[in-house]
Structure formats: C-alpha cells, structure tokens
Ligand binder design. Structure first.
Ligand code: ADP
Ligand code: MG
Length: 624
C-alpha cells in the first residue's frame, strides 16, 4: 500500500536500480531451480551475483582508493564474497540483493520526504505580471524592482510583497499558515507573497525584492533547517564512526581467535561474516535525520516553522512557557474607549497623538491612527524617537510631543495623573505641558484561553505572562486566561531580567520558551532556551530572531508545536532503540552460532526499511 506511492516518482537512477534488482532476482530464481552441482552451481550463482554486485564492488574499490575503508559497500563486499568462498552461494547473492533493495528504498524515502516538504511549502511563485511601458510583461519574480507595479489575477499566487494600489479581493493564506480562513484585502493594505489571490484582480506596488520577500525567507529557513542538527543526529554520526570499525574488529577476532583453540575455521569465519553485515549503521544514519526532517515538514504544513532539529529537541523538553501579552495573547488591536483632554478638544488630542505615533510599528500606533481616521500630513512631523516599553517622542508642528505611559511622562518630566477608567492609558504631553490622555483597550484573542489550557495538557508546568502594560490590565487578563504568573509594567530590559530569573529557577532538564510577537521583544526571544515568534507573516525581525516561527497569530499553535516536537522525538527514540536492539541481539546470536546470513540481512536491511517507514510517520501530523 505504501510501495505504489513510493514508486510513482522514481528518477532515472532509481528506475535503473529497480530493473537491476528485478533482473538479478530473476537470474537468482533460475539458479535456485537449476539441478546443477559443483563448479556449475557456482557459475549459476555467479551470474546473478555479478549482475547485482558489480556496482557495489566498484564503489567499494573506489572508496578504498580514496582512503574510506569502512563504508557499507566494503562491508557488503567482504561479507558476500566471504560467503561465496565458504560455499554459501545463495546467501551471498541474497545479501547483495537485499542490500540493493534497502538502498533503493532509502533513496525513494528521502526523495519523497524532500518532495513532501516542497509540496507542503508549495509557495514559490513562477511568474510576476509587471506593468512596464504601458503593457504587462511576464517576468521571473527575481527580476522585479522595488516600486514597480504588478498585477495578480484571481487564482494566482502573489509573487512579491507589496502594497495594494487598486482592487479588493480575498486571500488564501493556507500555504503559509496552515489555516484556510480567507483574508480580505483592500487598497492601502500590504499583501504578502505566497498567498493565493482568490476573487478580484489586484494591482500591487512591490516594496521588497524577491530575495527579501516573505516567500524567499521562508523557503530559505526551511531549507537551512536540515543543517541545524539535533544532538541525537550528531550522536548518531559519532556513533557510526566507531560502531562500524568496532564490529569489524570483533568480526576479525571472532574469525581468528576461537578456531586457534577449538578449530573449525569455516564455522567461525561464517559467524564473523554475519557480524560484518550487521555492522552497517545505515538504519540509524538514515532514519534519525529523516525523522527530524519529517517532523519539521509536518510542522510547516501546519504553519509552524522550526529552524532545525536541535530546536525540535528543545521544544520537546519545554516545561515553562513565558508569553508576551500584547499581540500574543491579545489581538493587539486597541480600540479607543475614551478621550480625556485637559485643555484642547478631543479630536485635537487624538490628532497630536496620531501624528507623533505616525512612524511607530507598535499596535497602539495603528489604533490611534485608525481612531483619528483622517490622512495625516507627514511634513508636520520630525525628529521621531521611540522608547521601547514607554512610548514615542516626536516634534509635531515645532513642539516636542510625548505619547506613552506614565514612565514616559516621568522621563520627559511632565506632571501627569492616573485615570480611573480600566484599560491601557496613553498619556500625551506637548511643549512640556500635560495635554490629557486617551484610554484604549485591547481584546483577548478568542483562542487564548484554550491555548493556555492546551499548554497544560501537553506537559507545560508553568505559564508566565510578561507585559509592559499597567498592572490592573495585566492581572485581569491573567485571571481570565488562567496563566500561573504575571509580571506587569516591565520595560523590554525588565522582560529579559524576568526571563533570566525564571531560567535560574528552571528544573534540571526542563526548557523555557518565550513567545512574543516580535515587536520590541527580540532580546527576550534570543535569551530564552527557545524563542517563538507569532503572527510572523510579514515581520522580518521576528523571523530573524526566533527559533520557531508561527505563521499566523493563533496561540494554540504553541502547544501544537510542542506536541509535534514530542512526537518526532518519540519516533527518533523508537528507531534508535529498535535498530540497536535488533543488531545487538543478532550479534550475540551469531557469535554463539545461532545466527545465519538471512537473519543478518534482516537485521540490516529489514531494520533500515522499518526505521525509514517509522521516520516517515513524523511527516504526518493530524492536528490535535
Ligand atoms: P507588551 O509587553 O504588552 O507587549 P510593550 O512592551 O510593547 O507591551 O509596551 C509596554 C507599554 O509601553 C504599553 O502598554 C504602552 O503603555 C507603552 N508603549 C509602548 N510603545 C508605545 C507607543 N508606540 N505608543 C504609546 N505607548 C507605548
Ligand atoms: Mg509586545
């Protein structure tokens, strides 16, 4: 049932090797049926042996001439030629035949998982329709410059990041986020490459070259994931380096030492040959990286990008999750709920605030601009300075304006007072005088409660919320969500301190994850054992700083990422235990004289095939 799917996409080399196996197998059956003896029997088996083995022998000779002796080709040659000499013709042919079946299988499996990830991440656009000299030209997305206008037809993939100039439509972001809720898009909004344009024609002004586009970054990240090796991958590589020579040495001893005392050279040599077949570490060397690769691929199909096998390992051990509030657990979509000016009209206070915030990327800035509603004259603004965790200071109409929290007011030395409304308070000062404040409030994400619950269910012992927001707001949110601890009114540096403190309290072996939206929390993301950036679609800083990137902003994906990591690691451990277990049993059996070539072939090829099939399970992660 698996085989046909595997056989569908064979390349030429794989097809050739399948034919070689089939022909050699047919010749082998003929030899088995021929009623010949002596030299004729040897000749009958030499034909299928030659057909299947010549390539392996050739490779072994080539590698030895390059100084690589103990590779699997060499082992298989010695074992099968040894069996030939000992008169075990059938076994000799069978060893090679099964070895080649295993090799073919392995190459098919690796090819398939590569392709699956490529298909899962089928986001690379082929063509961009650019408006040049009044006509549309179809060009490679890499050749489009910043500022050029492209047209995206319904049903097409958005080839480059940019701003919509004309047209409204809905976008399918499933390939990027794993979530298939269509997203509406209007002129003035940004589109992200890799999405599919569903309904209307969009005219887009490109604002990033292809190399810096979302698609290119994601693909690069997934392609590089294989080079961040997990500890267990490195362990296996090192292990293989001594395992094979050690078993070969043991084989030599077994062939030479016992017969010196008890005689019967033939018997001991054939026991030693079995050792050689078993000494091949392929099952581990292939299946362990393949499992990590599969886990990373399965995660990316769910909109979770993990930057390497090492992070899969860390993720599986997470027992403390530290979360940022704004944008992570809340929508970061502040609504203005009250405006309390001291001297100016309400609309004017809002306008000053919106002007000063014009260049900020903080969610508060977007909310103020949205509440003000009218276009802003950028020429009125200069000398903008943003103070992380406090607010912004800018020159508006020649006056120094400060917009932010109480800390910012203290910093600029302006008298201010608290507000009894609940919510986040944005104070405004201009020209050294207090102008009043704007009350804004954020909404929880609908999935946040379930997300915290899911973390507990997947073995996370402690959840901590950190925020720069006011204490009463923070505590209300924490109570509502059921997080275990909350720390409020923190500056970005204070968040780092809190994480360091939590790291120091951490139980042995447990790991700490920090989850943020990438806005002013890059230092914490990199300080934690593992940094998770969420809602990262389009945020370059977050994609850079984090170890795990959640493409959409659903916090339930945190627990999902941990579950995928745990499952992947379980598969890795199963494969290591199974492969080593079977090999050691066969080694002992054959040393004692209970083994034979057939068992040895199973211990090598059979175990590899089973381990590879098991590894490929990591690729499929069915949601919960
Ligand atoms: P969080 O920890 O919730 O993600 P931040 O560290 O981004 O919050 O900001 C903490 C606080 O600093 C905010 O609640 C707000 O009072 C203030 N602040 C930060 N940036 C701005 C800004 N651009 N405009 C106004 N206030 C800001
Ligand atoms: Mg934040």
């Amino acid at each position: 049932m698996k085989a046909p799917a595997l056989l569908q996409n064979m390349n030429r080399k794989q097809k050739r090797s399948l034919w070689t196996i089939l022909i050699a197998a047919a010749l082998f059956v003929v030899a088995l049926l021929l009623p010949v003896e002596g030299v004729w029997e040897l000749l009958a088996y030499l034909i299928p042996y030659g057909a299947i083995a010549w390539k392996v022998i050739w490779k072994a000779v080539k590698n030895i001439s390059r100084g690589q002796i103990f590779d699997e080709n060499f082992l298989m040659c010695v074992a099968s030629l040894g069996a030939m000499c000992a008169g075990d013709y059938k076994e000799a042919v069978a060893v090679m035949l099964f070895y080649q079946v295993g090799e073919l299988f392995e190459s098919l499996a690796v090819g398939k998982s590569r392709r699956s990830i490529a298909a899962l991440m089928d986001i690379r656009p082929d063509v961009a329709h650019v408006e040049r000299d009044g006509a549309l030209a179809d060009v490679d997305p890499e050749e489009v410059e910043i500022g050029e206008r492209i047209v995206v037809q319904p049903g097409e993939r958005v080839p480059l990041d940019g701003e919509v100039i004309e047209g409204t439509s809905t976008l399918d972001t499933a390939a990027l986020t794993g979530e298939s809720v269509p997203r509406e898009i209007h002129p003035g909004e940004d589109v992200i490459s890799g999405c599919i344009n569903l309904s209307g024609v969009l005219h887009v002004r490109v604002n990033k070259r292809f190399g810096e586009s979302t698609v290119a970054r994601i693909l690069e990240l997934v392609e590089n994931a294989a080079s961040n090796k997990a500890k267990s991958e490195n362990f296996i590589t090192k292990f293989a380096r001594w395992y094979t020579p050690a078993v070969c040495a043991a084989a030599l001893l077994l062939a030479v030492v016992p017969p010196l005392f008890v005689g019967n050279w033939g018997e001991w040599v054939s026991r030693a040959l079995i050792f050689l077949v078993v000494s091949c570490p392929c099952a581990l060397v292939i299946s362990v990286p393949l499992s990590f690769f599969g886990g990373i691929g399965g995660a990316s199909a769910n909109g979770i990008l993990i930057k390497g096998g090492n992070f899969v390992e860390t993720l599986a051990k997470v027992d403390t999750v530290v979360l940022d509030k704004t944008g992570t657990l809340t929508q970061g979509n502040f609504e203005v709920t009250a405006i309390h000016p001291e001297s100016v009209p309400e609309q004017e206070l809002l306008e000053i605030a919106a002007l000063a915030e014009n260049y900020s990327t903080h969610p508060i800035s977007a909310s103020l601009k949205r509440a003000f509603g009218l276009p802003l004259d950028e020429s009125r603004i200069s000398d903008v300075e943003e103070l992380s965790g406090k607010g912004v200071i800018a020159t508006v109409d020649g006056r120094r304006v400060a917009v932010g929290n109480g800390k910012l007011m203290n910093y600029v030395g302006v008298e201010w007072h608290e507000c009894e409304n609940s919510g986040t308070i944005v104070h405004v000062a201009a020209g050294g005088a207090y102008m009043g404040h704007i009350v804004i409030s954020d909404m929880l994400k609908p999935q946040s409660r379930a997300a915290i619950q899911a973390l507990k269910e997947c073995g996370v012992k402690k959840s901590v919320m950190l925020t720069g927001d006011r204490r009463d707001v923070a505590e209300a949110v924490a109570r509502e969500l059921g997080v275990d601890q909350v720390q409020s009114e923190l500056l970005p540096a204070g968040k780092v301190d809190q994480v360091e403190k939590l790291l120091a309290e951490q139980a042995q072996g447990g790991k700490l994850a920090f989850v943020g939206d990438g806005i002013n929390d890059a230092p914490v993301l990199s300080r934690a054992d593992i940094g998770i950036a969420m809602g990262a679609l389009g945020s370059d800083a977050a994609i850079e700083a984090a170890d795990v990137v959640l493409m959409d902003d659903n916090p339930e994906k945190i627990a999902m990422a941990i579950r995928i990591a745990k499952r992947t690691l379980t598969i890795v451990h199963q494969n290591i235990a199974f492969a080593l277990g079977v090999k050691f049993i066969v080694l002992i059996l054959s040393a004692l004289g209970f083994g034979n070539m057939w068992i040895a072939v199973f211990a090598d090829v059979g175990v590899s095939v089973l381990a590879i099939l098991n590894a490929m399970r990591a690729l499929k992660f069915g949601g919960k």
